[in-house]
Design a protein around this ligand. Structure first.
Ligand SMILES: Cc1cc2nc3c(=O)[nH]c(=O)nc-3n(C[C@H](O)[C@H](O)[C@H](O)COP(=O)(O)OP(=O)(O)OC[C@H]3O[C@@H](n4cnc5c(N)ncnc54)[C@H](O)[C@@H]3O)c2cc1C
Length: 371
């Protein structure tokens, strides 16, 4: 098989771009294929933009390990490359006695995972820090922050290209055939013109389509547990005229499929509420204005007086979840597929939150798997 590239990366979200940058930096010849007209237009630009400290994930999980490793690498990268970001810190607030017990458990779990400086604040200390909040207690995480996700994606794209990677837009991978010496990848452009690329290795970083890309390479997504269950999250923005100010991120105690409707800041200081969590058949990014009442009620548990008329529909994102409705925790999959009969094929599947934070560490893991 004549080779057109050493490694083909499928998907130009933050994971594919970070992997392409790490591989190219290590001297690999990389071709990245993205089906959309721009990079990072799906989940990688439709999220809270939070650099997570690593509070929530079971100790020993890839999510815990890659979040903590990714967080440190991400802050260092942001400082080195002047990517807009801020160490805002974050409060997880408890509004009932049973939630206060959850905070104690999060303190232990987060500390074990490597989230530094965690501290429980009582109601008075919380009020002194954030007068708008009403809660019995809160967990303070000083290592949490925010980043501009688009700037982060662009930084990985620029780094990959600077090290010789070729990044192609409007290039959808429609088939992957394994041969004796690697893979033949079939690519279609918007006119459905087809091109074949031969390569030694493939990285599946196709986000919401990672199960379909796995299947088109001959892997069985159901047998491997790679079936994606899309789970939508809507956001509402707070009107700048609303009489409400926050200086940090505020999360409720986590419940259900997401982390709960939280209040985040963007780098311009704008407050957004979200995301909620709703399993859907396929990605759709419309936000139903009628949900404003529900959002005001959910966030009003810790921000009393929040009014629905202060909220306007903002963006939506869709989590590529491996756990279906009511199912237990599922970890990230970052795996080389020799055991499934595809040596040289690396799967990045189920990269939901904290995937943005973990991206630099996931990229290093991909590189290790292909060495
Ligand atoms: C609502 C929400 C909030 C979140 N908040 C945070 C947060 O605050 N902090 C955090 O750390 N993480 C957060 N996340 C998670 C984070 O956004 C994701 O983990 C991360 O963006 C995943 O990146 P990705 O590259 O895997 O996927 P994507 O960004 O979806 O990229 C996959 C790319 O693959 C392309 N593709 C698919 N199929 C093909 C094909 N056949 N051929 C070519 N290209 C293809 C797609 O077009 C897409 O561009 C959040 C996620 C959601 C949904």
């Amino acid at each position: 098989m004549a080779r057109d590239a050493d490694v083909v990366v499928v998907g130009g979200g933050v994971i594919g771009l970070a992997a392409a940058a790490a591989l190219a930096r290590a001297g690999r010849e990389v071709l990245l294929l993205e089906r959309n007209g721009g990079f990072g237009q799906e989940t990688s630009s439709r999220n809270s933009g939070v650099i997570h400290a690593g509070l929530y994930y079971p100790s020993g999980s890839l999510k815990a390990h890659l979040c903590v490793a990714g967080r440190e690498a991400l802050y260092a990268r942001c400082e080195r490359m002047r990517i807009p970001h801020r160490r805002t810190g974050k409060l997880v607030v408890a509004t009932t006695p049973s939630e206060v017990e959850v905070l104690e458990r999060l303190l232990e779990l987060g500390t074990a995972n490597g989230a530094p400086g965690l501290e429980i604040l009582d109601a008075a200390a919380l009020r002194a820090r954030e007068p708008a909040l009403q809660a019995l207690a809160a967990l303070w995480s000083p290592a949490t922050g925010i980043v501009d996700p688009d700037a982060l994606c662009s930084s990985f794209a620029a780094e990959a290209e600077a090290h010789g990677a070729v990044l192609l837009l409007r290039s959808e991978v429609i088939a992957i055939e394994a041969g004796d010496a690697g893979f033949r990848v079939e690519v279609a452009d918007p006119d459905r013109t087809r091109v074949r690329v031969d390569c030694a290795a493939v990285v599946n970083a196709a986000g919401l389509a990672a199960d379909r890309v796995a299947a088109c390479a001959g892997l069985d997504p159901d047998a491997l547990g790679y079936r994606i269950h899309p789970c939508k999250g809507d956001y509402f923005a707070l009107a700048p005229s609303a009489p409400l100010r926050l200086s940090t991120l505020v999360y409720p105690v986590p419940s259900g499929a997401g982390l709960g409707i939280h209040a985040t800041l963007d780098l311009g200081g704008r407050i957004r509420f979200g995301p909620d969590a709703e399993y859907v058949e396929r990605a759709d990014y419309g936000v139903d204005a009628a949900k404003a009442g529900h959002f005001a009620e959910a966030a009003g548990r810790y921000l009393p007086g929040l009014r629905p008329e202060w909220l306007t529909p903002d963006q939506a994102g869709v989590r590529p979840k491996l756990a279906g409705p009511g199912e237990p925790f599922r970890d990230f999959v970052v795996a080389e597929e020799s055991a499934a009969g595809l040596p040289g094929f690396v799967s990045c599947v189920g990269i939901e939150s904290p995937g943005l934070t973990a991206a630099p560490a996931i990229a290093e893991r991909v590189l290790e798997l292909l060495c």
